[in-house]
Design a protein around this ligand. Structure first.
Ligand code: HDD
Length: 716
């Protein structure tokens, strides 16, 4: 028996790092060819692979297609341990999803220090240029459940686990540098208000409903965050194109024990980019996994997403001079006040092997911090330091969740904690306490251990917020006034959309009253968009400062990169398409670091004008132009004529134009353009490509044609 079980390779290991779980050998993947099959007595398929399929107990299974029954037409027998084990395991496959940030996508990679931060911190991974540590980074939406769409209007989570040689450091941030509330005690209320309403169970993953805006209308401190959430930041083009922020003020502490305040910033090297709202709505239907697929595909094809890490460093003395409180998470520090210091870069270069084991089971916690980094007294952060460990206990079901491979530190870990549900390590010896004399010199406290920076803590226990937290509108005004015209238009449109979905007029009015405190013109535009009179300002604890100096760094468009790197250009082809157009576009687009995606009327592809076949990357019905950053229309004259009777083709063109994309076209596309109501030279973004794609690519690199917007939708 022993020698027999040795011949079963799948039984020799519990975990295979690559290629799937035991019993799912690589060769079973359809990519790798088909296995030998035979037909069973009932017509079912049996396969032979040479790797034995077993139960979880390692017992070889001879038949995984038929349960054990009393006679071929008789009842199933309770004795069938193969069936019972399989169904029982299946019944328990789900764990509670995260109460927030349930919908997420993640990847492995590394962080590399590029500039030593030893002046500010003793954290070992930040001492030397060139030090690399592994990371696991999870991006998420906040409000929707784990199966919700990727492109609702929402904040994106940006959580990074650094596996350092001093233990795990988790930087659990968002793509927006401020937050809705100032005190953790309001977090359950905020989240309850944005989630599906409890009686009806809708809307899923949407802030456009009464309970959210009811709460917001009563929480003036959320106004600054609302400006960001209504901006294009909340509808990113790709998770590869978002910023990340630690939000709170943290501390760095160096070898001498000197502390410096710090804010963490991630910047994507290919630039930030967003979609327009109508596009987000359509993507949500056409590909609910748009962001997840994009991240996966980029990494799978070697286009590794990369971010630079920056610190905003400032002293306690600096902090005292600011006209806002650095402990207030609804405030940011303009870069004009404290510039960014480059620290290093993060590259995500490996997709998870298993979504559940890694992306679902990863347990981030802002309290996971390494020597040289410390907390501040930000009351939101302080509440978070409790919440995450607590949530992991209920989500992962055991205090041993740190033993799961994705959560385990990659440096040695020793202590005397023992037992508990699902303990997988096997501690040795008779000693499970400390101090002791019996373990022969086991793990003990170390002078290199974590030391909390000795900050002064004093005061009377009160349930009271500092007055320095009371100005709720000046930074909201700063944000709005720092945006370009199209960006301001989008904020207004988003507010009109969201408040237009609110059914209770008094809620809308209260929000409008908050907006008056930000900017009377903004509030008037929203009120006009809704068709309601503008109410008076709601009373503010502290009046909004009259003069704010705009911070151009807060604008996406003013900091956009003119690049096609990491983008996707869609080319619509038909039978008879000119191969030269496809070839030249492909070469030019790829030279810019983008991909060309061939869209054909049928999944099988087309026959080009030279008689050669061109494979399609996607069929038209499943590949709308919302998937692409720019499009080229390259049908033959006959093909274009046929497409004028195809709604998907007309929408392809109309949407690309309506979503402000650069549209390249060949002469033979004329009938299709005309049917979609797009003039061949409508603006700088509608470009003929018959003589080459260079002009098209030049325009596409600039991004969207925002000046087209007033032509295609209402600007409130
Ligand atoms: Fe939180 C998850 C980010 C405030 C309580 N949070 C979670 C995740 C991110 C953030 C990115 C998902 C991590 C992952 O991918 O698994 N949260 C933030 C930021 C905040 C913030 C940037 C404010 C600056 N959070 C916040 C507060 C509380 C929580 C004030 C509670 C008092 N957050 C949680 C949580 C979650 C969580 C309930 C749900 C799942 C989890 O922790 O692991 O504990």
């Amino acid at each position: 028996m022993a020698s027999k079980s040795k011949s079963l390779p799948s039984q020799s290991k519990n975990v295979e790092p690559k290629g799937g779980s035991p019993g799912a050998p690589k060769s079973s993947s359809p990519k790798n060819g088909s296995l030998k099959t035979s037909i069973g007595k009932g017509g079912e398929t049996h396969q032979t692979s040479g790797v034995a399929f077993t139960t979880n107990q390692g017992i070889p299974v001879s038949d995984d297609q038929n349960s054990l029954r009393g006679g071929t037409r008789g009842p199933t027998l309770l004795e069938d341990f193969v069936l019972r084990e399989k169904i029982t395991h299946f019944d328990h496959e789900r764990i509670p999803e995260r109460i927030v940030h349930a919908r997420g996508s993640a990847a492995h990679g590394y962080f590399e220090t590029e500039v030593s931060m030893s002046k500010y911190t003793s954290a070992s991974f930040l001492q030397k240029k060139g030090t690399r540590v592994p990371v696991f980074t999870r991006f998420s939406t906040v409000a929707g459940g784990s199966g919700s769409v990727d492109l609702p209007r929402d904040v994106r989570g940006f959580a990074v686990k650094f596996y350092t040689d001093q233990g795990n450091f988790d930087l659990v941030g968002n793509n927006i540098p401020v937050f809705f509330i100032q005190d953790a005690i309001k977090f359950p209320d905020l989240i309850h208000s944005v989630k599906m309403e409890p009686d009806r169970g809708f809307p899923q993953a949407a802030s456009a409903h009464d309970t959210f805006w009811d709460f917001i209308s009563l929480m003036p401190e959320s106004t600054h965050m609302i400006m960001w959430a209504m901006s294009d930041r909340a509808i990113p083009r790709s998770l590869r194109m978002i910023d990340g922020f630690g939000v709170h003020t943290f501390r760095l502490v160096n070898d001498e024990g000197v502390s410096t305040f710090v804010k963490f910033h991630w910047r994507p090297t290919i630039g930030c980019q967003s979609v327009v709202w109508d596009e987000a709505v359509k993507i949500s239907g056409a590909d609910p996994d748009f962001h997840r697929r994009d991240l996966w595909t980029a990494i799978d094809t070697g286009a590794y997403p990369e971010w630079e890490l920056f610190f905003q460093l400032f002293s306690e003395e600096d902090a005292k001079k600011f006209d806002f409180d650095v402990l207030d998470p609804t405030k940011l520090i303009p870069e004009e006040l404290v510039p960014l210091t480059k620290v290093g870069r993060m590259v995500l270069d490996r997709n998870p092997d298993n979504f559940f084991a890694e992306t679902e089971q990863v347990a981030y916690c802002p309290a996971n911090i390494v020597p040289g980094i410390d907390f501040s007294d930000d009351p939101l952060l302080q509440g978070r330091l409790f919440s995450y460990l607590d949530t992991q206990l209920s989500r992962l079901g055991s205090s041993n969740f740190h033993e799961l491979p994705i959560n385990a530190p990659k440096c040695p870990m020793h202590n005397f904690q023992r037992d508990g549900h699902m303990r997988t390590t096997v501690p040795k010896g008779r000693v499970a306490y400390e101090p002791n004399t019996l373990d022969g010199g086991g793990a003990r406290e170390t002078p290199k251990g974590y030391v909390t920076h000795p900050r002064a803590v004093s005061g009377v226990a009160v349930r009271e917020r500092s007055k320095s937290f009371s100005d709720h509108f000046t930074q909201a005004k700063l944000f709005f006034s720092s945006q370009t015209e199209p960006e301001q238009n989008h904020i207004v449109a988003a507010l009109v959309f969201e408040l237009g979905k609110v059914e209770t007029p008094a809620i809308r009015d209260r929000v409008l009253g908050q907006l008056v405190n930000v900017d009377a013109k903004l509030a008037k535009r929203v009120a006009d968009g809704l068709g309601v009179p503008l109410p008076a300002a709601v009373p503010a604890a502290v009046p909004t400062k009259k003069n704010v100096t705009p911070s151009p760094k807060l604008s996406l468009l003013q900091n956009a990169k003119a690049t096609l790197q990491g983008r996707v250009v869609g080319i619509l082809v038909t039978d008879g398409t000119d191969p030269a157009v496809v070839d030249r576009t492909k070469k030019t687009v790829e030279k810019e670091g983008a991909k060309l995606f061939v869209v054909a009327p049928k999944a099988s592809g087309v026959k080009l004008s030279n008689g050669k076949a061109l494979a399609a990357d996607g069929a038209l019905a499943g590949s709308p132009s919302v998937f692409f950053d720019a499009v080229v229309l390259a049908p033959s004259t006959e093909g274009a004529k046929a497409l004028t009777k195809e709604g998907a083709a007309i929408d392809f063109v109309r949407d690309a134009f309506g979503h402000l994309k650069v549209v390249g076209h060949v002469k033979s596309a004329a009938a299709l353009l005309a049917k979609a109501g797009v003039e061949a030279n409508a603006d700088r973004g509608v470009v003929a490509v018959d003589d080459g794609p260079e002009k098209f690519v030049g325009e596409a690199k600039k991004g969207r044609v925002f000046e087209r917007e007033p032509e295609v939708r209402t600007v409130y």
